[in-house]
Ligand binder design. Structure first.
Ligand SMILES: [Zn+2]
Length: 442
């Protein structure tokens, strides 16, 4: 953006007149000039407005993808987009896309947004923040008559919480089989996509290829408690962790719990207990942010008077590095072999197919986010995302970056999910400045 544009706009808006010469309730709070700022009240108002769509009988959030609440929330969002001059369309995967022309039509678009669907009993910030802030960026540009060099696209992906379906389709990863899977709504993905105005028969038409998108940005709540605990305002996301799952089966021998002496037992649950501890020790034995969990366990026959003959567990490892996940798993296998020997049991691993690979964000974009945040006087931290996001799908076809803001108490996927208005505005301001910087070709 040119400095001259700034100066001209400053004089106009200093009179409390928006870029279109219309006085409105928001324009008087607007700060323009080199410190172009988002309107935090408008963000808070829209978060509140969207949260009214999709409620269960207890009054809790139920904007699960493809349900009535989702359909109504999407209609409301598209209405807001229209008011901001975006003229939204729905692609074949049900993604909502609003385009704003740039000065140079030959350039590829800078895209940003998130999702507005939620998990059952979900919160009002996971997804809506990035979606509403994307719209806010457009509003601020409109009010200040700023036309970017690149075309801009606000994208609201469909069914993020049900497996990043819309973004997966855009990145070319949604298969025919995937379309037949049941979604949380009870409809298959294909039926659900139809219900929100997409066209599963033409799913290929929504695919973007490498080079089609200049850069993708997603502002999101942290969903963890690190930023709040460390009193920081902005998380610069280095990547979204990969997740690998194994089914672990320990086989011993089920026998009478009264008549089998302690030294003659092949107790699979004892071996499993040692295994759970060993996983925790291995994960903690190396530096880094890796996490590993045995979150699931079932013993058979599961009775007072029988020594457990078989235990099936679920092991999960997450990290930003696929190599590190493999290294940690090899260590766990070694420990399992020792436990198996000492307990006279067998321990077998079956790797599960639902694995997600780590998705790294673009290093240059990370730096631009960090610099933008610092220039706004905000304290930042480079961090990983332990939760999945649409950005991980788009990372396959474009440079991506994510901005995190604090979640109060680290709570999300809950009606208690909350992010302070000032933090939302900080994130949206960083998004705005980052987009403008990237647009200028830095
Ligand atoms: Zn989300």
């Amino acid at each position: 953006m040119k400095r001259r544009t700034f100066i001209r706009n400053t004089s106009v808006t200093a009179l409390g007149v928006s870029a279109f010469g219309i006085l409105d309730s928001y324009s008087k709070n607007l700060v323009v000039g080199p410190n172009l700022k988002v309107n935090e009240q408008r963000i808070a108002d829209r978060i509140a407005a969207l949260s009214k769509f999709g409620r269960d009988e207890k009054g809790h959030g139920y904007r699960v993808a493809f349900t009535n609440g989702d359909i109504e929330g999407r209609a409301w969002f598209m209405e807001q987009m229209k008011k901001a001059g975006l003229d939204p369309i729905i692609d074949a995967a049900g993604n909502i896309i609003g385009k704003r022309k740039g000065k140079n039509a030959a350039l590829k678009p800078i895209a940003f947004g998130s999702h507005i669907d939620m998990v059952p009993d979900g919160g009002n910030y996971d997804g809506p923040l990035g979606s509403i802030s994307a719209l806010e960026v457009i509003e601020v540009l409109n009010e200040n008559k700023i036309v970017t060099e690149h075309p801009l696209e606000v994208i609201i992906f469909s069914n993020e919480e049900g497996g990043t379906i819309g973004s997966m389709a855009m990145a070319g990863g949604l298969t025919k089989q995937g379309l037949l899977q049941k979604s949380q709504s009870g409809l298959t993905m294909a039926e659900g996509i139809k219900a929100i105005g997409g066209d599963p028969d033409k799913i290929q038409s929504c695919i973007r290829r490498q080079g089609d998108i200049h850069a993708w940005f997603e502002l999101h709540i942290e969903q963890g408690g690190i930023l709040e605990k460390e009193n920081l305002q902005i998380g610069v996301v280095e990547g979204i962790v990969g997740i690998a799952h194994w089914e672990v089966t320990v086989e011993g021998f089920a026998n009478h719990a009264g008549t089998t002496p302690m030294n003659m037992r092949q107790d699979s649950l004892i071996a499993a207990a040692k295994f759970v501890i060993a996983v925790n020790e291995v994960i903690n034995s190396v530096k880094g942010n890796q996490v590993g969990t045995v979150g699931k366990i079932a013993a058979t026959p599961n009775a007072y008077n029988v020594i457990p003959g078989k235990v099936v567990m679920g092991l999960e490892i997450r990290d930003l590095s696929a190599d590190k996940i493999e290294m940690l798993f090899k260590e766990i296998e070694k420990r399992a072999a020792e436990i198996s020997k000492s307990s006279k049991t067998t321990i077998k691993f079956i790797r599960q197919a639902n694995e997600s690979k780590p998705a790294l964000t673009d290093k240059k974009l990370q730096q631009i986010i960090n610099t933008s945040a610092k220039a706004l006087g905000l304290k930042t931290k480079f961090m990983q995302s332990g939760a999945g996001h649409d950005s991980q799908e788009i990372a396959r076809i474009a440079p991506v970056a994510m901005i995190f803001v604090p979640s109060v108490g680290g709570i999300s996927h809950s009606y208690k999910e909350f992010t302070k208005t000032a933090d939302m505005a900080n994130g949206a301001n960083v998004l705005l400045q980052t987009i403008l910087t990237v647009d200028k070709g830095n």
